[in-house]
Each structure stands twice: as structure tokens, then as C-alpha cells.
Design a protein around this ligand. Structure first.
Ligand code: GLP
Length: 242
């Protein structure tokens, strides 16, 4: 694992965006695994700036997002499809038909997951996967569990995740309790993984995930077994890293 210590959030975002842009330049038809959450927003802003300058071309890039809330439509401003359109896709020249997010409106979980697994299979595999880190160690929406679940599945969100997400919804009843997420095996099969972490509140979980035992109770800890992981964090998030 490589660790990049950034001075602050902006620096972290530029470093992560540098790695992603190198991927796009080296392989213009690459498959990017993309993430939501507040942490990657600065990374996306930086990619947009470089696109606007003419330094990046996304016209042949395909993307596969990690997860989506079950029950939310793409028009719902809290859906991850909406997030991706707003924070990245509509600002760059990626073709919308080349972007993929699980279908939150598909009520049949088996069908939704099988369809997403097929999209992943047909893509030929993810070249670079961008990840954030949940406070309980989740990646995508792979919550702490007794086992690592391999492929796309429907998860019951942990209470701590529901609580963390509640700040974005008008009332607790509106916070989704389930989500579709890419599985751990799919994430681990990405050729390269970039994890972005920022802020003091992530320091404990960064230490547990990257320096503690490898266990499904801390899903991100499996990343220790991947051969090409870059952890990009600011000083606060990396403050407990040995
Ligand atoms: C959500 C997303 C994750 C993300 C996490 C952390 O649960 N499903 O992919 O990593 O939030 O979000 P933040 O970056 O806002 O801390």
C-alpha cells in the first residue's frame, strides 16, 4: 500500500485527481469505479477544472458507481445517480450512456443485483476504483458483517450509517434503510484502488482498516490484501497512521 500524506482537503483532492487523470490519459477508454459521499467532491471538482482547461477527455471513459439507495429515483436529489450527475457527469464530456449506477427503483433486489453484475462483467473489469471510507469501515455500502459479500447485493444499512445520512433528509422516515452495493470481490478485482480520507473523525477507522486485522467486521480492512492501493489522506485523517 502506498500512503500519500496531503496537507489538507484541497491537496488531498488534487493528489487523488492526479492519479485518476493519469489513468484517463494512459487509457482513454478505461473503466472508472466511482464513489459518492462528501470526501470525493473535491476530487471531482479538480477533474472538472482540468477537463475545462482541455487537459482531460472523458469521451471514451466508462464508469461504474459503487452503490445506490434502494427506493430513490434518479431525480431525487439524495440519490447517488443525482449526485454523480451534479458533481461530475454533467460538467465533463463523459457519455451518460457510459455511466452506470445501480437502479434504485428496481424493487426486485435479485433482479437489480443480477443486472448490475452483468454490467460489471460486460465492462471487462474496473481499471481504477475510487473509494471513500465510512466511519464504521464500510466501502460502498458493504457494512460490517460476519462475511465479505462478493458481488452486488442489497444491504440493510447499519443504524450508524442511517444516522450519518439523516443530515441530508428532511426527516428520519425519509432516510433510506436499504441500498444496492457492489460487492467486495468486485472492488478487490479493480486493477488499482484509490482511497480518499479526510478529517479527524476518520482517523480511528483509517488506523483500524489499514493497520488492524483483516476482518469483515471492518470491510475496508480487506484492502490490505490488494496489490495496488493508494491511500490519500489529509493530516487529520492520517494522524493515527504509524
Ligand atoms: C456513504 C457512501 C460511501 C462513502 C461514505 C463516506 O455511506 N456509500 O461510499 O464512502 O458514505 O462518506 P463521506 O465521504 O461523506 O464521509
Amino acid at each position: 500500500m502506498q500512503i500519500i500524506r496531503a496537507t489538507d482537503y484541497d491537496h488531498m483532492s488534487r493528489m487523488a485527481a492526479n492519479i485518476i487523470s493519469a489513468q484517463v490519459i494512459m487509457k482513454p477508454d478505461c473503466v472508472l469505479g466511482l464513489a459518492t459521499g462528501s470526501t470525493p467532491i473535491g476530487t471531482y471538482e479538480q477533474l472538472i477544472r482540468w477537463y475545462e482547461k482541455g487537459d482531460l477527455d472523458f469521451s471514451r471513459v466508462r464508469s461504474i458507481n459503487l452503490d445506490e439507495y434502494k427506493g430513490l429515483s434518479p431525480e431525487n436529489d439524495q440519490s447517488y445517480r443525482y449526485f454523480m450527475n451534479e458533481h461530475l457527469f454533467r460538467h465533463i464530456n463523459i457519455k451518460l450512456e457510459n455511466t452506470n449506477v445501480p437502479d434504485g427503483l428496481e424493487e426486485d433486489s435479485e433482479k437489480a443485483c443480477a443486472a448490475y453484475n452483468e454490467i460489471i462483467r460486460q465492462s471487462g473489469g474496473i481499471d481504477l476504483q475510487l473509494l471513500g471510507l465510512g466511519h464504521n469501515g464500510h466501502i460502498g455500502f458493504n457494512e460490517p458483517s460476519e462475511e465479505f459479500i462478493k458481488e452486488t447485493h442489497c444491504v440493510d444499512l447499519a443504524q450508524s450509517t442511517i444516522d450519518a445520512n439523516s443530515r441530508f433528509f428532511a426527516s428520519m422516515d425519509l432516510v433510506p434503510k436499504q441500498a444496492y452495493t457492489m460487492g467486495i470481490q468486485t472492488i478487490m478485482q479493480a486493477k488499482k484502488i484509490v482511497v480518499v480520507v479526510s478529517g479527524k473523525s476518520k482517523a480511528e477507522i483509517v488506523k483500524a482498516a489499514f493497520f488492524g486485522p483483516c476482518t469483515p467486521k471492518v470491510p475496508a480492512s480487506i484492502l490490505q490484501l490488494h496489490r495496488d492501493v493508494v491511500l490519500v489522506g489529509d493530516g487529520e485523517a492520517l494522524s493515527l497512521v504509524p
